[in-house]
Design a protein around this ligand. Structure first.
Ligand code: NAI
Ligand code: MG
Length: 343
C-alpha cells in the first residue's frame, strides 16, 4: 500500500541483528500503509565495510536533509577502536532527548508496567574526556574520566520531560541522580529539574531519588514510577533495567530527539550472539517505528501497529525465542502482517 503523502526518512539497517529486524519492520510498515519512503544509508561496521567509515558523510547528509531516521543497532568496539557512532550521531544532530518507554505487552514477572524514561543524551560521563596519568614506568597507571552537565542542558531536558508528560497525560516525574556523592555533576541536574518543575506545579508532580535506591525500587515496586528523568549514564543503565521488567531488550524502543532531527531505534545493541540466525525479536525497532509514526502525527497508524503486535503476541501466541516462544523473526513478521490485513 502506498501513502498519498509520503515522508522520506533515512533508513540505517546497522549491524548484527539490525538488518534482519529492520527488514521485518519495513515489511510490516508496508503492510500497514505507512507514509515512509526510505533513503537507505550505512553506518557502524556496515559503514566501514561499504564506505570505509563507521559514520559516512553521505549518511549524515541524508539525515540532515530528511531530519528523520530509523536506525538499526551499530556495533562499537569495547576498550579501544573507533568512538561509538551512536554517540557521534547524537552529538552531530544535538539529539538531546532520549525517550525510552517500557510497557507490558505480555504477561510476565511484572504485570501492568508503564514507565517512560527520559534520558539526557549528550552530557554527563558520555562526553568521555578520558586520559591516563603515568606513575613510575607505567604510562597507564591511573585512568581519569570527566563528566559534564550544564545548567542549560539540564533545564532543557527537564522541560522536555515535563512537556512530554503534559502531552501524554503523565502525572509524575521522578528525577534520578547521585547528588549525595556527585554533588556538582548530578546536583546541577537535580537543581535544574526542581527549577523547571515550578513552571508545571499543579499539572505534573516531581520527586527525586538516588540512583541506587531507584534501581532497587524498580524491582520491588515498579508501579510507583510514571516517568523517570535521568542523567546520561544512569538513563542508559536504567533503561535496560526497565526493559527487563517487560520481557527484555526485545521489547524496548527508543527515540533520540533534537531540534533539527529525530532518530528512532531499539534500545538493544547488535546482539552478535544471535545475529544472522533469523531468531531476533523485531518488536523493539518495530515499536520504535510506532514512535516515529506518532512523531509525524500518524497516531492512528501507530495505534493499529501496536494493536497488531499485541494481538500477534497474545491472541495468536506467536512469539520469538527471547519471549519463550518458538517463532522465527520471519514467522513473527508474517503473523503481524496477517493481523494488519485482517484488521
Ligand atoms: P545487546 O543489546 O546487543 O545484547 C544483549 C543480549 O540481549 C544478548 O544476549 C542478545 O542476544 C539479547 N538481545 C538483544 N536484542 C535482542 C532482540 N531483539 N531479540 C532477541 N534477543 C536480543 O548488547 P551487547 O551484546 O552488550 O552489545 C552488542 C553490540 O551492540 C556492542 O558493540 C554495543 O556497543 C552495541 N550497542 C549498540 C546500541 C545501539 O546501536 N543503539 C545499543 C547498545 C549496544
Ligand atoms: Mg544502553
Amino acid at each position: 500500500m502506498s501513502s498519498p503523502n509520503p515522508i522520506t526518512a533515512t533508513l540505517i539497517p546497522g549491524d548484527g541483528i539490525g538488518p534482519e529486524t529492520v527488514e521485518s519492520t519495513i515489511q510490516i510498515l508496508d503492510a500497514l500503509g505507512s507514509p515512509f519512503l526510505w533513503d537507505v544509508q550505512q553506518a557502524g561496521v556496515a559503514g566501514i565495510d561499504a564506505l570505509g567509515d563507521p559514520l559516512p558523510e553521505q549518511t549524515l547528509a541524508s539525515i540532515r536533509k530528511h531530519r528523520l531516521a530509523l536506525k538499526g543497532p551499530l556495533t562499537t568496539p569495547v576498550g579501544g577502536g573507533f568512538r561509538s557512532s551512536n554517540v557521534r550521531l547524537r552529538e552531530e544532530f544535538e539529539l538531546y532527548a532520549n525517550v525510552r518507554p517500557a510497557k507490558t505487552l505480555i504477561p510476565g514477572r511484572f504485570e501492568n508496567i508503564d514507565i517512560v524514561l527520559v534520558r539526557e543524551n549528550l552530557g554527563g560521563f558520555y562526553v568521555a574526556h578520558e586520559y591516563y596519568i603515568p606513575v613510575g614506568n607505567d604510562p597507564k597507571a591511573v585512568a581519569v574520566s570527566t563528566g559534564m552537565n550544564t545548567r542549560e542542558s539540564s533545564k532543557r531536558i527537564a522541560r522536555f520531560a515535563f512537556e512530554y508528560a503534559l502531552k501524554n497525560g503523565r502525572k509524575k516525574i521522578t528525577v534520578v541522580h547521585k547528588a549525595n556523592i556527585l554533588k556538582l555533576l548530578t546536583g546541577i541536574f537535580l537543581d535544574a529539574a526542581r527549577e523547571v518543575a515550578k513552571e508545571y506545579e499543579g499539572r505534573v508532580e516531581m520527586d527525586d531519588m538516588i540512583v541506587d535506591a531507584c534501581a532497587m525500587q524498580l524491582v520491588l515496586n515498579p508501579w510507583r514510577f510514571d516517568m523517570l528523568l535521568c542523567t546520561n549514564l544512569f538513563g542508559d543503565i536504567l533503561s535496560d533495567q526497565i526493559a527487563g521488567l517487560v520481557g527484555g531488550l526485545g521489547m524496548a524502543p527508543g527515540a533520540n530527539i533534537g531540534e533539527s532531527a529525530a532518530i528512532f531505534e531499539a534500545v538493544h545493541g547488535s546482539a552478535p550472539d544471535i545475529a544472522g540466525k533469523g531468531v531476533a525479536n523485531p518488536i523493539s525497532i518495530l515499536l520504535a517505528s510506532a514512535m516515529m509514526l506518532d512523531h509525524v502525527d500518524k497516531q492512528d497508524l501507530a495505534t493499529r501497529l501496536r494493536k497488531a503486535i499485541t494481538d500477534t503476541l497474545n491472541i495468536d501466541s506467536i512469539r520469538t525465542r527471547d519471549l519463550k516462544g518458538e517463532a522465527t523473526t520471519k514467522q513473527f513478521t508474517d503473523a503481524v502482517c496477517k493481523r494488519l490485513a485482517s484488521g
